[in-house]
Design a protein around this ligand. Structure first.
Ligand code: ADQ
Length: 461
């Protein structure tokens, strides 16, 4: 039901990706679709790069809410998206300053696109509208909107980890970064550890004052930095997983299956994961059933050099581990790069005995939650989860691992494959409660309620 517009104003969502056709089931895009369907409003995302770019928004569809794209040129796409967003902010926020590719033109493109988006939003804004900005592509939009005199409530949700005090020193724009944050009313982060990192970064800035827990003052603005751990559509995912038949895997009916599902990204720790699985294979009991590790990892951001490197490294690792352990009728690692439908992924999670969700840095990691939701509660699989996923804060009943410690990682794989049913059920029960209670609807409502409620002014105690 659309909320009465006059009392709450429209919701304006900005995210880099926007569905161009049907809204895909599940995931963030689906969550934003639901939030907008309930609140009514506008969803703005990047258009396809073209020769020319102008201010303003192009409508691409209208239903309970309206979808728009903003223009960007090919050069801006390179500088804004491939450059500053994915070769500076993404590696830096994932603690990989060694991968930074800093150049002034990319930042100029980023700033220009952020400014154009801000002007385009300001042009259509009504007084009661609330703006919800998603992710690291748009860190400067709120500051640009404030410079244009916009007083609307503006929230940011950062889906990726918050950089720590030393990471941020590698950002040429480090001195501006706190003022970008301060232009929002709420800066939402995934985990408590991110809020702690933001506290440390802001405390380094002499202009920033802590007003009360989670609330800061900076150059006359007041803003809150809080955690809102994102969830999934747990019920929908569980139903799909139970209803969809498992795709044909050509495995013996009870053969142990381990699964990993990730975008091919250096932050996901895929090479470490393959190596730990190799170490596990080298020490495994030869009489035990032969396990298969299915890793689904479609390529992403192929135009960024670091992504080509990780792909080659992973292919080498898979080849050498399979070379050492495979037999005529057994390939221990199956590495699938092609697109697999979400519903088949759900069914595969349910068939799997163990999930390996072992990023080296990750804002949350939704695969961990999807795997739990997909299990048969009477015979659930085991989740192996990295300490470095934001999800580890909520999912303590998983088998938590340090992906850098190959030996203990391999031992954890062995423990997961032999875990008794009773322990599997009790761990899964605890995980399931969290995944269902703090689902995607909880996340959107909690965030938006907080954003609409407002934050104290500088004068309030
Ligand atoms: P991502 O880095 O993309 O998201 P993640 O949270 O794991 O990481 O979400 C990936 C989503 O894509 C999951 O829903 C997964 O099922 C799906 N997916 C992955 N591979 C797929 C495939 N081959 N086929 C179909 N679907 C696939 C960023 C942050 C995360 C944060 C999310 C949401 O990096 O830390 O959890 O945003 O805030």
């Amino acid at each position: 039901m659309p909320a009465p517009e006059e009392s709450t104003g429209r919701l304006i969502v900005l995210s880099n990706r926007i569905p161009k056709g049907d809204v895909p089931a599940g995931g963030l895009v689906f969550a934003l679709h639901e939030a907008l369907t309930n609140a009514g409003g506008l969803w703005i995302g990047a258009g396809d790069p073209s020769e020319q770019a102008q201010d303003g928004l192009t409508e691409i569809g209208s239903d309970a809410y309206t979808r728009f794209t903003f223009d960007l040129t090919e050069t801006e796409h390179k500088g804004f998206y491939l450059g500053y967003s994915n070769s500076v902010l993404w590696p830096l926020f994932h603690h990989r300053s060694d991968l930074l590719e800093i150049n002034a033109e990319d930042f100029e493109a980023y700033a220009a696109v952020n400014a154009r988006v801000a002007r385009s939003i300001a042009a259509i804004l009504r007084p009661d509208d609330v703006i919800w900005i998603h992710d690291y592509h748009f860190l400067m939009v709120a500051a640009e909107l404030r410079a244009l005199g916009v007083e609307a409530r503006i929230g940011l949700f950062l889906h990726i980890p918050f950089p720590n005090v030393t990471d941020i020193l590698a950002l040429p724009e480090a001195a501006q970064f706190p003022t970008w944050l301060a232009a929002h009313d709420i800066v939402g982060l995934q985990a408590q550890r991110d809020v702690a990192a933001a506290f440390d970064v802001l405390r380094q800035d002499e202009r920033a004052q802590v007003l009360k827990e989670g609330t800061w003052g900076l150059e006359g603005r007041v803003f809150s930095v809080l955690s809102f751990p994102i969830g999934i559509d747990a019920e929908g995912f569980a139903e799909t997983a139970a209803a969809v038949p498992t795709p044909e895997l050509q495995l013996a009916p009870k053969a142990p299956l381990l699964i990993g599902v990730d975008r091919l990204d250096y932050s996901k720790g895929l090479v470490h994961r393959f190596q730990a699985f190799g170490t596990f294979l080298a020490g495994r009991d030869e009489d035990a059933p032969r396990p298969t590790f299915l890793q689904i990892a479609p390529v992403s951001r192929e135009d960024v050099a670091a992504y080509q490197d990780i792909r080659e490294e992973l292919e080498r690792a898979a080849g050498s581990i399979n070379g050492a352990h495979a037999d005529l009728d057994w390939t221990p690692i199956r590495y699938v790069r092609r697109h697999i439908d979400r519903e088949h992924i759900a069914a595969l999670y349910r068939r799997a005995d163990v999930a390996l969700v072992t990023p080296l840095a990750d804002g949350m990691n939704l695969v961990a939650k999807e795997f739990v939701a997909a299990q048969d509660p009477n015979d659930p699989g085991v989740l192996i989860l990295s300490h470095f996923a934001g999800a580890a804060e909520q999912m303590e009943a998983a088998l938590l691992v340090n992906p850098f410690d190959e030996t203990s990682f391999a031992e954890t794989i062995a423990a997961a494959l032999t875990m008794p049913l009773e322990e599997r059920m009790s761990r899964h029960g605890a995980l399931m409660r969290g995944v269902f209670e703090q689902d995607i609807a909880w996340w959107t409502t909690t965030y938006l309620d907080r954003l609409r409620d407002g934050v104290p002014s500088l004068g309030e105690p």
